[in-house]
Design a protein around this ligand. Structure first.
Ligand SMILES: [Zn+2]
Length: 334
């Protein structure tokens, strides 16, 4: 490890697993572990997180006192000032004090944020958005989350809820969203919404070419099968894909006109779809935002890809240190 590299332990908490990673402030991942979180009590999982944190230090030849900070990215709902999480897909987890528990047990300061903010920080410090001052990251997985960097700082909002870009309403008469609103971006383009829609529209037609692609398994309907059907030029898939691309362009256009970012980075669905998604979205964008915004902006897929979880917790800690003046942005170092 370089002399100026701080040693950071990061956790990316998800509904089925937690990624624990030990890394440096230079963006080097030294070691990582996976912890199962599904159907487990918080006490159990917190205990394993601490044990794995210590093991990552020891296994890589570090002392506990070498650790500078801990960072945690977690799914909502969460209470940022209190450092607690109550993820809706983890039933027994209610107001779990994950931040203070880890800080106390490991003897260093722990920083805490939601997973989409953790994602934008990871893409900003070490991914596609390096060097940007204005950057947006959209998670694009089962749901759609967002993180926003404006003028070189993460936007938190008055009650730490900024960046809920998946719940920008694109049509108040649109499909019902899990959040209670109708016609949210996520209700049009999120992985779960697309999967539910396909099940509803073609799940009962065993002879449909897309059901054959899914080998008759209704539960396999979703983005991977849809993409294959688009490549095969299935008419249902082409029409649905066109709608998805138009809705993505509408949402991205709103964000571009609002924030005038240098870059918007798209997550999982875009990573797997690449040009199949990006090209039509780019064609539709001029319908939804000014050309001045488009000229200033690059639309890219995540550079960290499936490794983003290893970086995100670490980057939450680095952002905490950055805001306290204890760490410089990698590209601003002399
Ligand atoms: Zn919503």
């Amino acid at each position: 490890m370089k002399k100026d590299g701080k040693l950071i332990l990061g956790f990316d908490i998800g509904g089925t697993k937690i990624a624990a990673a030990l890394g440096t402030s230079d963006g080097k991942i030294i070691g990582s572990k996976r912890i199962k979180s599904e159907h487990r009590s918080p006490e159990d999982v917190l205990g394993e997180m601490v044990a794995d944190g210590y093991a990552l230090l020891k296994d890589n030849g570090f002392k506990n006192s070498d650790l500078t900070a801990i960072g945690i990215g977690a799914p909502g709902p969460m209470d940022i000032p209190k450092g607690t999480i109550s993820p809706c897909n983890m039933k027994k987890w209610i107001n779990v004090p994950v931040r203070d528990h880890l800080a106390e047990k490991m003897g260093v300061k722990a920083y805490f944020d939601n997973d989409a903010n953790a994602g934008v920080l990871a893409e900003w410090f070490f991914g596609a958005g390096k060097g940007c001052r204005n950057l947006i990251y959209l998670t694009m997985s089962t749901g759609i989350g967002g993180g926003i960097i404006v003028n070189g700082h993460l936007v938190q909002g008055a009650s730490f809820l900024a960046g809920e870009m998946g719940h920008v309403v694109l049509d108040p008469k649109g499909p019902q969203c899990n959040c209670g609103l109708k016609g949210c971006y996520e209700a049009f383009c999120g992985g779960r919404a697309i999967s539910d829609r396909m099940k509803r529209e073609i799940g009962g037609q065993p002879d449909h070419p897309i059901m054959k692609l899914a080998e008759g398994k209704v539960d396999d309907l979703g983005y991977p099968v849809l993409r294959q059907a688009v490549v095969n030029k299935d008419p249902y898939a082409l029409a649905l894909w066109d709608e998805i691309c138009l809705r993505n362009a509408q949402a991205i256009g709103i964000f571009a006109n609002t924030f005038n970012p240098e870059m918007i980075v798209l997550g999982t669905v875009a990573l797997h779809s690449k040009e199949l998604l990006l090209d039509p979205v780019k064609r539709y964008l001029p319908l939804f935002c000014w050309k001045e915004m488009l000229q200033a902006m690059e639309l890219r897929v995540t550079a960290l890809g499936s490794h983003i979880g290893e970086y995100s917790g670490i980057c939450v800690a680095l952002n905490g240190l950055f805001e306290e003046g204890k760490w410089q942005l990698p590209w601003e170092k002399k």
